[in-house]
Design a binder for this molecule. Structure first.
Ligand SMILES: CCCCCCCC/C=C\C/C=C/C(=O)SCCNC(=O)CCNC(=O)[C@H](O)C(C)(C)COP(=O)(O)OP(=O)(O)OC[C@H]1O[C@@H](n2cnc3c(N)ncnc32)[C@H](O)[C@@H]1OP(=O)(O)O
Length: 208
């Protein structure tokens, strides 16, 4: 469950202002912090559930995909919408999605940057359950977690970490490479232009 200033947003994803005209003194910390959050959450030895009580685009969707189970409240949207911003979901965003939905669905979703409604997300397996509201999402999360009381904790932990091993190992070994790809990608004028247009679209939507 994320605590946001907006009651309708689980996480709006990465701060686009950090990628639009990125400041050289901040960009490394920005990206490595995200890598570290992913490593900690995707690689957590604890069972994890995302109770998604609001919209969850891009980095928001990624946070939920780090968890083993996703429960979402109705009438929100979720997805890796990077292509809509003219950017590319990094390899580890994609592998996180592939841990939840079949390759074919992921390819269609990622290339189109599609955002799914709660019901659509349930249909393709991007989320596991729908909750009627925040309290129900918490109750359902507790129910999911309680099943592990009967499972040996070391067996559960090793099973989870073995399943996630190759994605985690890739990141541990390639943090610097991944950072350099990010910096050179967002630095391209064509990418900056796309981000500018996307931000203008957000402002125009808000002005209506
Ligand atoms: C070859 C391989 C190369 C690989 C290279 C990798 C490069 C790729 C790197 C990164 C991946 C990116 C991940 C991301 O997470 S990108 C961010 C994606 N997020 C979005 O698209 C969300 C956009 N926002 C919305 O859809 C909506 O705002 C909303 C649904 C979240 C909330 O809607 P609503 O409540 O109606 O609020 P407003 O739209 O009115 O927005 C309020 C306010 O907030 C600003 N804002 C919203 N989201 C963001 C954001 N993510 N970053 C910065 N600012 C945001 C919006 O502009 C308004 O601002 P204000 O006018 O100043 O109030």
């Amino acid at each position: 469950m994320s605590q946001q200033s907006s009651p309708t947003v689980f996480s709006a994803g990465l701060d686009i202002m950090e990628m639009y005209k990125p400041k050289p003194d901040r960009v490394k910390e920005f990206w490595t912090t995200l890598q570290d959050v992913w490593l900690a959450l995707y690689g957590s030895s604890f069972p994890t559930v995302a109770a998604i009580n609001g919209h969850s685009p891009a980095g928001g969707c990624l946070l939920s995909l780090c968890c083993e189970y996703r429960i979402m409240c109705p009438n929100y949207s979720i997805g890796l919408n990077e292509t809509k911003l003219g950017i590319v979901a990094p390899k580890w965003f994609m592998s996180s999605m592939l841990g939840a939905i079949p390759y074919r669905e992921a390819e269609l979703a990622l290339t189109s940057g599609r955002m799914f409604s709660t019901d659509e997300a349930l249909k393709i397996g991007l989320i596991d359950e729908v909750a009627s509201d925040k309290a129900d999402a918490i109750a359902k999360s507790e129910k999911f977690l309680s099943q592990f009381a009967k499972i040996h904790p070391i067996a559960r932990k090793l099973t989870k970490l073995n399943l996630r091993h190759s994605a985690l190992e890739w990141m541990q070994e390639n943090k610097e490479l991944d950072l350099n790809i990010f910096i050179s990608f967002v630095g391209q004028p064509i990418v900056q232009k796309s981000l500018e247009k996307y931000l203008e679209g957000l402002k125009a939507k808000q002005a209506k």
